[in-house]
Design a protein around this ligand. Structure first.
Ligand SMILES: NC(=O)c1ccc[n+]([C@@H]2O[C@H](COP(=O)([O-])OP(=O)(O)OC[C@H]3O[C@@H](n4cnc5c(N)ncnc54)[C@H](OP(=O)(O)O)[C@@H]3O)[C@@H](O)[C@H]2O)c1
Length: 243
């Protein structure tokens, strides 16, 4: 079994995921760059290696069962276990998506990636995570998935556009995360949800105001929590986000 800390970041070929891989790699960790496209994955791995990161490519389409299974096999053969899984891959499904006009196919596609994709990859990786001394799972969500903020509860301001696919997919992801926390209570696996803030990436046509590196910081923090750190919480840089 590898002595080095091993991490897998999904959707790591660009945007926030790439910077999460860079941030974890800077700690001296071995980082699996999960990406579905061969060329984009190879380019990202080469770019990370050029900066001294011990990066390796992991072919991974989070919507595909066989792909998730193969990714777990690859990591098992390479390292024998997995210490940190960052479920970062995500899509918006494109805007607008007002509830009264949204195409149900958009909702299905977004949930398939943002929710079922996380479940699929997490379940494929759980046997490897269970072999780690300090396993962590970080699910990249968004404050747009916070029902408290969307409903203006407790004086919270509703972020993002009115949309029936992307924000609810993150609410769904948050809810699923809480159920994983319940099932895995009593194990040493810490599972938390992170929001990167409004980051300039392809996801939003680069309209975000934060850099991908800034957006990655919360994931790096949750990936490196101490053994007595929190689990089952939702964090952004400023602190805890209300569910
Ligand atoms: N940007 C923001 O302001 C913001 C705010 C809150 C939360 N987030 C969340 O942060 C995460 C990263 O977003 P980002 O802004 O960095 O977006 P991005 O630049 O569009 O990157 C998304 C990544 O996910 C990958 N991906 C999408 N579908 C996939 C699939 N089926 N299998 C594998 N990989 C897939 C993409 O790969 P391809 O290159 O192959 O498409 C890409 O690597 C997402 O979960 C997003 O919801 C972002």
């Amino acid at each position: 079994m590898s002595q080095r800390t091993i991490a897998l970041v999904t959707g790591a070929n660009k945007g926030i995921g790439y910077e999460i891989a860079a941030g974890l790699g800077a700690l001296g960790w071995s980082v699996g760059v999960g990406a579905r496209d061969d060329r984009r994955r190879t380019d990202a791995v080469e770019k990370l290696r050029a900066t001294g990161v011990d990066a390796f490519g992991v072919p991974l389409d989070v919507t595909d069962d066989a792909s998730a299974t193969a990714a777990a096999r690859l990591i098992e053969e390479r390292a024998g276990c997995l210490d940190v899984l960052v479920n970062n891959a995500g899509i918006t499904g494109g805007m607008p998506q007002e509830p009264s006009r949204v195409d149900p196919a958009t909702i299905r596609a977004v949930v398939e990636t943002n929710v079922i994709g996380v479940i699929r990859v997490t379940n494929a990786m759980l046997p490897l995570l269970r072999r780690s001394a300090s396993p962590r799972i970080v699910n990249m969500s968004s404050s747009v998935g916070s029902l408290a903020r969307q409903s203006g509860a407790a004086g919270e301001q509703a972020p993002g556009p009115v949309a029936a696919a992307y924000p609810p997919s993150k609410t769904f992801l948050n809810a699923v995360t809480v159920q994983y926390v319940r099932e895995l209570s009593g194990t040493n696996i810490l599972i938390n949800v992170g929001c990167p803030g409004f980051v300039a990436t392809d996801l939003n046509g680069f309209r975000g105001v934060r850099t991908p590196e800034q957006g990655a910081a919360i994931a790096v923090k949750l990936a490196t929590l101490p053994d007595d750190g929190p689990t089952g919480k939702f964090f952004e840089d400023a602190g805890e986000v209300p569910w």
